[in-house]
Design a protein. Structure first.
Ligand SMILES: *Cc1c(COP(=O)(O)O)cnc(C)c1O
Length: 409
């Protein structure tokens, strides 16, 4: 038997042990959607998450949603009312963000390899470009010149530190992201001289960190770096985007981020900041932490079989929807995501089984030798923490099984 990650708090069952999502029975949600597999996102959990963040953070820090974590249109339309801005990473995401009703002035676009037509669409819409290189800055200035528009430009800084303990490092050393800190002052002066509307700095050092002290330390270094650069430039950055990095507990032994501690440390950091940043605004941009726990992936058991003494529950889902849960998205060692039998939620386990998908590859394993209550053909398996980097971060066309359904409740 191998352990699975902790089921997020807040999930309950009805008297018959059927998992409830947003107050609805999992089985009823599968019926309403018409088929499985299915991602269900609980809007009340999104609201609660944002409220938790706001209660912990200094009041004047803005919250941006990094929509690549989950770009499902109804979820975006819901998040518009909860957060202060969207961060997008492509022209396609820019379109989706604008369609959601988020004002263009509250949208920023970060990401390497922005094409000219993406720069043009951003400048035309009036959204902010987080510039990733000197070359990209020159292309943006030239496109804005042709359009006769004043571009909103921020500079993404490749910091000289990374986020300790983060699952994915986005800063420190040679990186495709951002402009090396040493080159930033000259670039910002160039933007200001060219008449651009300089929006400030974007500094994103890492992702999926659970240690509050490491996050707080990175934020303190980020604010210090912004101050150093601003002093060199001799101008106040209107916005310092501190990035995100707050992760969620996927695996056995993982503990949730102590958000209160992160907020208290950030309040101290901001209170003690260099006078050059006195009038600057600050923002955090979060993807995973905001939406992961609100999502559940429901997949139905199609076959139950034994092979060499091992029991397999074969489902209609798999890595084509849940690449991360299969252990093939940015993890080195495969570990089990939180998993349950939806119709026996909260019951004691009876047996050790492996839950696999319907793809003809040994990589397609959603639960490896997990202890679960007895489940049979037709029963639903629930995989938690499916709200971030699920449907849109999986190879949906692989093996032709088709996409999963999605639903916001
Ligand atoms: C992916 C990304 C995020 C979100 O990261 P999470 O770990 O999901 O919070 C934020 N900012 C940028 C620039 C990103 O690329």
């Amino acid at each position: 038997m191998k352990p699975h990650g902790p089921i997020p708090p807040g999930f309950r069952a009805d008297a018959s042990h059927m998992l409830l999502i947003g107050g609805d029975r999992a089985e009823a949600l599968a019926d309403v959607s018409g088929d499985t597999p299915l991602f269900v996102y609980d809007s009340a959990m999104l609201t609660a998450r944002v409220a938790e963040w706001r209660a912990a953070m200094p009041a004047d820090v803005q919250l941006h949603y990094a929509m690549k974590a989950n770009p499902y249109a109804p979820l975006l339309a819901f998040m518009v009312r909860l957060v202060d801005g969207f961060d997008v990473a492509s022209g396609g995401e820019l379109k989706a963000a604008l369609a959601s009703g988020m004002p263009a002035g509250d949208i920023s676009f970060a990401g390497p390899g922005k094409r000219d037509r993406e720069l043009e669409a951003t400048i035309t819409a009036g959204a902010t470009l987080n510039l990733e290189s000197v070359g990209e800055a020159e292309r943006a200035l030239s496109i804005a010149g042709h359009l006769g528009l004043t571009p909103s430009l921020a500079v993404r800084v490749n910091p000289d530190f990374d986020l300790k303990g983060s699952g994915m490092k986005m800063g420190g050393g040679a990186k495709p992201f951002g402009v090396d800190a040493t080159e930033v002052p000259a670039l910002v002066r160039r933007l200001i001289d060219a008449g651009a509307d300089w929006q400030g700095f974007h500094i994103f050092a890492g992702s999926q960190a659970l240690d509050a002290a490491a996050i707080a330390d990175t934020q303190a270094q980020t604010v210090a770096l912004a101050a150093r650069l601003a002093n060199e430039i001799g101008a106040m950055p209107p916005l310092v985007n501190l990035g995100g990095g707050m992760g969620v507990p996927y695996f056995p032994g993982d503990k949730p981020v102590d958000v209160i501690a992160v907020g208290a440390a950030l309040a101290e950091t901001l209170a003690a900041r260099d006078p050059v940043l006195a009038k600057s605004h600050f923002a955090m941009e979060l993807g995973r932490w905001l939406v992961a726990e609100a999502g559940v992936y429901l997949t139905r058991i199609v076959d139950r079989k034994t092979s060499h003494g091992e029991t397999f529950l074969v489902t209609d889902g798999g890595l084509h929807h849940q690449l991360a849960a299969s252990g093939n998205f940015g993890t080195v060692i495969r570990r089990n995501y939180p998993i349950a039998v939806a119709g026996a939620f909260g019951r004691e386990p009876d047996e050790t089984v492996s839950v696999v998908g319907c793809l003809c590859t040994p990589l397609d394993r959603l639960g490896d030798q997990v202890a679960l209550p007895r489940a049979d053909v037709g029963d639903l398996i629930a995989i938690f923490l499916a709200g971030a980097y699920g449907a849109s971060a999986s190879p949906a066309t692989f093996l032709g099984q088709g996409p999963a359904r999605e639903m916001l409740v």
